[in-house]
Ligand binder design. Structure first.
Ligand code: FEO
Length: 167
């Protein structure tokens, strides 16, 4: 049975995963309209993946005697000055998610909730992968700079990378 405190914290994490899903959906839309087709494929898939992260938490909370709450998401950004700025925001967002997961893990230990602690290990591992993936993308963009043919190939490779990263 989940304590009230852990239930509340898990609902906060549900909200954060839902925010991630919507933020990446909004980014996908901008990228698609701007002609970054490969990047948009990547972001649409990433958005789906965040929804899966949210649902995994949702079912866990309800199965453990708590109640998952559907979050209301507001204030999404809908335009970016560059593709680099977009991925810098993705990284910033993911680092924040990692910090929140770590805080949640700490809270579980303090509450002696070892079941939730164990469940969250999947998220701990997932965050390492997500941060690594986005840092790789930013490294590539730094190498390419403003070079048009490089950016063209980057976009083409992103739909490929999307299959590797998102299965
Ligand atoms: Fe589910 Fe990208 O954090």
């Amino acid at each position: 049975m989940l304590s009230k405190k852990i239930n509340t914290l898990l609902n906060k994490q549900i909200e954060l995963e839902a925010k991630s899903s919507n933020a990446y959906l909004s980014m996908a839309s901008w990228a698609e309209v701007q002609g970054w087709n490969g990047v948009s494929v990547f972001l649409y898939k990433h958005s789906d993946e965040e929804r899966m992260h949210m649902l995994k938490l949702f079912h866990f909370v309800n199965e453990r005697g708590g109640q998952a709450v559907v979050p209301e998401i507001k204030g999404l950004k809908s335009s970016y000055s560059s593709i680099t700025e977009l991925f810098e925001e993705v990284l910033e967002h993911e680092v924040n998610v990692t910090n929140e997961i770590n805080a949640l893990v700490d809270a579980c230990l303090a509450e002696k909730d070892y079941t939730t602690h164990n469940f969250l290990q999947w998220y701990v591992a997932e965050q390492i992968e997500e941060e690594r993936l986005i840092r790789n993308i930013l490294d590539k963009l730094k190498l390419i700079g403003e070079e048009k043919s490089g950016l063209y190939m980057f976009d083409r490779d992103m739909s490929q990378m999307s299959n590797q990263a998102h299965g």
